[in-house]
Design a protein around this ligand. Structure first.
Ligand code: HEC
Length: 248
């Protein structure tokens, strides 16, 4: 009998507690803002350097991506620049709400991302605001700058691991500040009849030979550095860069 009383008391206590919790304690939660729109706008401001050095079929765009695809959800091509540096305000309107990043990216003609030059992760709570404003400040989006950053210094191909500073393999120092001047117009160490980069002529450039087919004096392992499909397009890009005059 006593047990039953205990149980009743316990049930009573729980019911009371639930009622108290359910009571209006005067606190009003902030209303949850649910957006019914399925898109919004992104405005990107920036000073873009060396955009005018691009040749070939790759394009620099302002674009949105999500993690499901390498193809941009929406993009705007950075307008062709006639000067070394151009300041732009670009608006992407109708950005789908499933976008996760706003990027300055290099894409191919199918809108597939080849490289990210700048990335802004859209915070969860900003996804539904009317216009996201991003200032990318000053960004080098040049053709050589992109190759240098992603290939010569990049962690995937890692040229500068073996080709850096004093102990550089084949006396070729490809560290960030030296790569350009040690390549363009410079005689090759391993084949003195060749020049590393001959502006306007990729097929005669030792660099291009070494990375595409290898060379008996250097070995045949370099093409393997571009085997990953992430880097493979750069063989094309390096070729176009050399053939376009190897501009800095
Ligand atoms: C694992 C080390 C290693 C990595 C990584 C590497 N290289 Fe090399 N590279 C060498 C070696 C070693 C030689 C010279 C071979 C010899 O001494 O016989 C060489 C030679 C060269 C040469 C010939 C230079 C000349 O003047 O003779 C070029 C060009 C070159 N590498 C470019 C690159 C590029 C571009 C990358 C990145 C995509 C790269 N290498 C990554 C080790 C490396």
């Amino acid at each position: 009998m006593r047990h039953i009383i205990y149980i009743f008391n316990a049930i009573f206590a729980v019911v009371l507690a639930l009622q108290l919790v359910g009571c209006d304690d005067g606190h009003v939660d902030d209303p949850v803002y649910v957006n019914t729109e399925d898109s919004y706008n992104v405005q990107i401001t920036g000073t873009f350097q060396s955009l005018n050095t691009w040749t070939g079929s790759y394009i620099v765009v302002a674009a949105c991506f999500n993690e499901e695809s390498e193809y941009s959800l929406i993009q705007k091509v950075l307008p062709a620049a006639s000067t070394d540096s151009t300041t732009e305000v670009l608006t992407l309107s109708g950005v789908p709400t499933n976008s996760k990043t706003v990027e300055i990216a290099l894409v191919n003609t199918l809108r597939k991302r080849i490289a990210t030059l700048y990335s802004y992760e859209i915070p969860e709570n900003q996804r539904y605001s009317d216009t996201i404003k991003i200032d990318v400040e000053t960004l080098n989006v040049g053709m050589f700058g992109t190759i240098n950053q992603l290939i010569f210094q990049g962690t995937g191909t890692n040229c500068s691991r073996c080709h850096a500073s004093a102990r550089a393999a084949a006396d070729l120092d490809l560290s960030a500040d030296n790569a350009y001047h040690n390549l363009v117009g410079k005689k090759a160490t391993k084949d003195s009849t060749k020049t590393r980069v001959v502006p306007g002529d990729a097929d005669s450039s030792f660099l291009y030979k070494v990375i595409t087919e290898g060379d008996e004096n250097v070995g045949y392992s370099h093409p393997g550095l571009f085997a990953d499909e992430k880097y493979a397009p750069f063989l094309d890009i390096i070729k176009a860069w050399i053939n376009g005059g190897a501009k800095e």
